[in-house]
Ligand binder design. Structure first.
Ligand code: PLP
Length: 417
C-alpha cells in the first residue's frame, strides 16, 4: 500500500508563477565550483564572493561589533523590537546619513532586514503593481527579484556614455518616458561604489542627477532611492551627494537604503533601515505609517540584538571611534587591491569604469561567458554579466591581482575584443 502511495506522481501545489523559479543563484554556483576546486588542491583565485575577505581567505570582521553584541542587555535583546525599529536606532541612522542638516529634520525612518528589506519597502510603497522602477543597465540582480516578486518590473537606461561617464541623458529619457506611461517614477541607484561596476559619481554628475530629478519631480511624483550599501568604502568626499540632492527633496521623495552589512561587516545580523525625506510633514507621517505597515506585513520586527548593538556603535563616541578605526584597516586592505587592479588592468589594456574604491569592478568584454570560462580554465573565477565580467576585489588579495588581470586579459582576447 505504501509503495502505491509513494509511486504516485505528486500533484504540484505551487501556484504556476512560483513553479519554475530559478534554483541556485549563479554566483553561489560559481563560488561553489571555486571552493570545490580549491579543496581538491588546485590554486584558485575566487573573485566571485561579495564579502570582504582577509588576504588569508577568512571573512573580515570588526571585533568591536562582537564586543558590543556581548554587552547588550539580554532581556532587551530577547524582547521584540518595535515594528518600525527602536527610535534611538532610527535617529542614529538618520544622523549617520544626513548629519544635523535640513534633510535630517525632514526624515522619517524604519528598521529593515538589511538594505534588501529597504529596497523592498521602497518598491512596494512607491510603485503600483505592474509599474517599473528605473535603474542603470548594470545593476544589483535582487532589484529585479524584488520587483518581480512583488508584481513590479525593472526598466533600465544605459549606465555609461561612450566616453565612460554616467549617462545622465539616458536616465532622463527613461524618467520622462516612465512619467508619461506610469504617472510616477521610482529611480533606484547604488552609489558610491556601485555594484557591479565599481563606479562612483563625481560632484558634477551628482549635481546633474539632482537637477534632473528635481526638474521632473516638480511636475510629477518622482521618488529617488539611493542604495548606500558600500558607502563606507568610498573615496574621501563621497558623501557630498547630500548637499547636491537637498533641493530635490523639496519637490520629490528621497529614500535612502542604509545597511550595516558592509558598513559593520555584519552581513548575517540583517540590520538596515529605509530613510524617507519629504518636505511635507503630513506626507512624512503617511510615509512612516506606510513603511511600518510594510514591516508588519513582511518580517514584523527586525533583529533586536543587532539593532541595539549597532545603535551603541553609532552613538557611543568611544565605540564609534574604535569601529571606525577597525573599518579603516579593512578599507586600506581593499584600497590596496583597488590600486593594484587599476595599475595592472590599465597596463594590460583592459576596459573598465573609473574605479576609486568598493567591493567590485566590471571588465568590459564582447562575450562575458567566454571570458569567464577562459579565466576559469586557469583557476580564476569571475561572474559573467551582459557585456562585462564582475570582479570581486573584496575577496581577492593584492598578491593575486597580477594573475587575475592576466587571466582576464586572455579571456577578453579570446572573446574577440
Ligand atoms: N544593495 C547592493 C547593491 C548590494 O550589493 C547589497 C548586498 O550585496 C545590498 C544592497 C543589500 O545587502 P543587505 O541586505 O545585506 O544590506
Amino acid at each position: 500500500m505504501s509503495e502505491v502511495l509513494t509511486s504516485r506522481p505528486i500533484m504540484s501545489t505551487l501556484i504556476p508563477a512560483a513553479a519554475d523559479r530559478p534554483g541556485d543563484d549563479p554566483i553561489f554556483a560559481l563560488n561553489g565550483e571555486a571552493q570545490r576546486r580549491a579543496a581538491a588542491g588546485e590554486s584558485v583565485v575566487n573573485a566571485t564572493i561579495g564579502a570582504l575577505m582577509e588576504d588569508d581567505g577568512s571573512l573580515s570582521i570588526l571585533p568591536s561589533v562582537f564586543e558590543v553584541f556581548g554587552r547588550v542587555d539580554p532581556r532587551s535583546a530577547a524582547a521584540y523590537a518595535p515594528i518600525a525599529g527602536d527610535a534611538p536606532f532610527l535617529a542614529a541612522v538618520v544622523r549617520d546619513v544626513f548629519g544635523e542638516g535640513r534633510l535630517a529634520a525632514e526624515a522619517v525612518a524604519v528598521a529593515t532586514a538589511g538594505g534588501t528589506g529597504a529596497v523592498h519597502h521602497g518598491v512596494v510603497n512607491f510603485l503600483e503593481p505592474g509599474q517599473a522602477l528605473a535603474t542603470s543597465d548594470y545593476y544589483w540582480g535582487p532589484y529585479q527579484t524584488i520587483a518581480h516578486h512583488t508584481g513590479r518590473r525593472v526598466e533600465v537606461f544605459s549606465t555609461f556614455t561612450s566616453s565612460g561617464a554616467f549617462d545622465l541623458d539616458a536616465l532622463e529619457r527613461l524618467l520622462a518616458r516612465q512619467l508619461e506611461a506610469q504617472g510616477r517614477a521610482l529611480v533606484v541607484l547604488n552609489f558610491p561604489c556601485h555594484n557591479p561596476t565599481g563606479y562612483s559619481l563625481d560632484e558634477a554628475e551628482w549635481r546633474g542627477l539632482a537637477e534632473v530629478l528635481a526638474r521632473h519631480g516638480a511636475r510629477a511624483p518622482v521618488t529617488f532611492l539611493l542604495d548606500l550599501a558600500y558607502a563606507r568604502y568610498a573615496a574621501a568626499g563621497a558623501d557630498s551627494w547630500v548637499r547636491w540632492i537637498e533641493p530635490f527633496a523639496q519637490s520629490g521623495t528621497l529614500l535612502v537604503a542604509w545597511s550595516a552589512s558592509k558598513a559593520f561587516a555584519q552581513y548575517g545580523a540583517r540590520v538596515g533601515a529605509l530613510l524617507a525625506v519629504s518636505a511635507d510633514s503630513e506626507e512624512r507621517a503617511r510615509i512612516r505609517n506606510a513603511l511600518a505597515y510594510s514591516c508588519r506585513g513582511t518580517w514584523s520586527n527586525c533583529n533586536h540584538l543587532g539593532i541595539l548593538a549597532i545603535t551603541h556603535l553609532l552613538t557611543d563616541p568611544e565605540l564609534r571611534a574604535r569601529s571606525d578605526a577597525e573599518r579603516a584597516r579593512l578599507k586600506a586592505l581593499l584600497d590596496e587591491r583597488v590600486a593594484a587592479f587599476n595599475r595592472d588592468a590599465r597596463r594590460a589594456g583592459l576596459r573598465f569604469p573609473r574605479y576609486e574604491g568598493g567591493f567590485f569592478v566590471t571588465v568590459f568584454t564582447r562575450d562575458a561567458k567566454r571570458t569567464a570560462a577562459v579565466a576559469r580554465d586557469s583557476g580564476v573565477f569571475v561572474v559573467p554579466l551582459e557585456g562585462a565580467v564582475r570582479v570581486a576585489l573584496c575577496s581577492t588579495p593584492a598578491r593575486d591581482v597580477p594573475r587575475l588581470v592576466e587571466a582576464l586579459r586572455r579571456g577578453v582576447e579570446a572573446a574577440g575584443s
